[in-house]
Design a protein around this ligand. Structure first.
Ligand SMILES: Cc1cc2nc3c(=O)[nH]c(=O)nc-3n(C[C@H](O)[C@H](O)[C@H](O)COP(=O)(O)OP(=O)(O)OC[C@H]3O[C@@H](n4cnc5c(N)ncnc54)[C@H](O)[C@@H]3O)c2cc1C
Length: 488
């Protein structure tokens, strides 16, 4: 990419977008990072920021970028945690958040079609007018977009009932690396056994195959009642086995998040700070299981009563006496706030940041992984925040686990240690027959060594990338390279 091509591309973009394209440094700074811990010296400014409003405009932008062989980085809410939006090879940041229109609410088929830059929050505000909701909801839903939830394969608060985004996604429009708008998926059907499942390729592609500009999604009736409770358990495994029992008994649980002792201490600490008294948590508590139930009032009441009985009688777990602790957890799922850091969106430049290895593991290895997390975090000098097991498949316990630490973003050595910690945790996940990332994605963290997980199929992934993006312009430096650690 030379200066002359950039200058020409900028002029070409101006003729398509007018004032909605800029090279001003002040604007480029706003598109230079997400929430991932980063070295202070890594400024990663894109060269140009372009703000399209339609698929046709995205097509034009990509054609210009392809002609001049300039990188293109889709940039949505900027809440990603894997460095997915960092333009460390320069290029054009395509800001997707002006693609924010709802195109169709199809009540008869319970589907909505929207432009992909709409936030999950705004989509739900509109759906509520119809008595509907889109239950795929990352905690960052006030800012994160539908397109990025697809691009990252995010986890959702309500995953135990509604699954990952692929469980609600039936169709997308994606602009590929030559500037072609492809309609990909199964229209409004829930299944298709024709062709290849290209929709699956789009999910978790992190802007390396194209820009998603539209999505068709399954929606559901808004539940009438919701109850949220917490239970202290004697072992992490008790929480998992109790959940297995609840689901086997026929209960329908909406969300289940299992937290280790350190995370529990964080919640009790927050309680002490706010209410100036000690919560009544037994010494034996090694974990806290937060559950939510939603639906008709009588069904919800029955479910809660039955779940409490299973936990108490079969696992000697106890209901958390302070409902304020449970409410604090629930509020944190909806307020875009990292309470341990007193950090609110868009306050991403604080020194102490949230950092996590996000592993997907077989359900039987959670206790073992927790012990190894303590060792590995200790070896890399990480300050531990704790472990949370998210359940992200409908009606079965699954382990999408956040192994979270505090990272001092003002200190390059601490950031480097954090990425070494992530690499060692990733290696552990592969050894345990799991995956190196279950919701953050490769970003610019894992690409340098994720052949560890994928072996020879990694070569096929590179070929797929070439097919969708023959000029190699889409989000270079992601998935197949790492900014932090390159050796396998
Ligand atoms: C407070 C907080 C809470 C969070 N909670 C959760 C959570 O509960 N679950 C979870 O999984 N994650 C969570 N995250 C991480 C993050 O919010 C998700 O990864 C989210 O999907 C990112 O959305 P975004 O719109 O901010 O995307 P960005 O950070 O802007 O982009 C993320 C990636 O997607 C690509 N991309 C964006 N839009 C498109 C598009 N239209 N087409 C193609 N590629 C695109 C980008 O290039 C980049 O690689 C949280 C983050 C924060 C700060």
């Amino acid at each position: 990419m030379n200066q002359a091509s950039l200058d020409q591309a900028f002029q070409d973009l101006k003729s398509v977008l007018g004032e909605r394209v800029t090279r001003a440094k002040m604007h480029r700074i706003c598109y230079s990072r997400d929430w991932s811990p980063r070295h202070r010296s890594h400024t990663d400014l894109p060269d140009i920021v372009a703000v399209p409003k339609t698929t046709d405009e995205v097509v034009e932008i990509v054609r210009i970028a392809y002609r001049h062989r300039i990188p293109v980085v889709p940039f949505a809410g900027g809440t990603g945690m894997g460095g997915g939006v960092a333009a460390w090879k320069g290029g054009i940041a395509i800001e997707t958040k002006s693609l924010d229109q709802i195109l169709e609410v199809d009540e008869a088929n319970m589907m909505v079609t929207a432009q992909a830059g709409i936030t999950v929050w705004a989509l739900n505000e509109e759906l509520a007018r119809y008595g509907l909701w889109f239950p795929h909801q990352p905690e960052s839903k006030r800012v994160c977009t539908v397109g990025a939830s697809i691009a990252c394969d995010s986890d959702s608060t309500f995953g135990l009932r509604y699954g990952k985004i692929l469980d609600c996604l039936s169709n997308v429009v994606m602009v590929t690396g030559t500037g072609e708008a492809l309609r990909i998926g199964r229209r409004k059907a829930s299944f298709s056994s024709t062709g290849y499942k290209l929709l699956d390729l789009v999910v978790a592609s992190e802007g390396t195959l194209g820009v998603v500009t539209e999505a068709t999604l399954r929606v559901f009736p808004l539940p009438e009642t919701r109850l949220v409770r917490g239970y202290v358990c004697r072992k992490l495994n008790d929480g998992i086995r109790a959940l297995e029992r609840m689901l086997a008994s026929g209960l329908c649980v909406e969300s289940a998040h299992l937290n280790c002792r350190q995370r529990l201490h964080f919640y009790t600490h927050a309680y002490r700070q706010q209410y100036h008294r000690d919560p009544d948590i037994p010494d034996w508590a090694e974990a806290i299981l937060f559950l939510s139930f939603a639906g008709d009032e009588d069904v919800v009441n029955f479910s809660l009563e039955k779940a409490t009985r299973i936990l108490r009688e079969e696992f000697r777990a106890e209901k958390a006496k302070e409902q304020e602790i449970v409410d604090g957890w629930w509020a944190s799922k909806h307020s875009l706030e990292f309470i341990p850091f007193h950090q609110k969106w868009p306050d991403s430049q604080r020194e102490k940041k949230f950092g996590a290895a996000d592993l997907g593991l077989p359900i039987g290895r959670v206790e073992e992984a927790y012990q190894r997390f303590l060792e590995i975090a200790g070896r890399w000098g990480q300050e531990i925040l704790g472990m949370t097991v998210y359940n992200e498949a409908p009606n079965k316990p699954t382990a999408s686990i956040s192994f979270a630490v505090f990272v001092d973003d003002s200190n390059d050595e601490s950031v480097t240690n954090f990425y070494n910690y992530v690499k060692e945790m990733s290696t552990m996940a592969v050894e345990m027959e799991g995956t190196m990332s279950s919701y953050i994605g490769d970003g610019d963290r894992l690409g340098g060594f994720n052949r560890l997980e994928h072996g020879d199929s990694y070569t096929y992934m590179q070929r797929i990338k070439e097919l969708f993006d023959p000029g190699g312009i889409f989000n270079p430096g992601k998935k197949f390279e790492s900014r932090w650690i390159s050796q396998a």
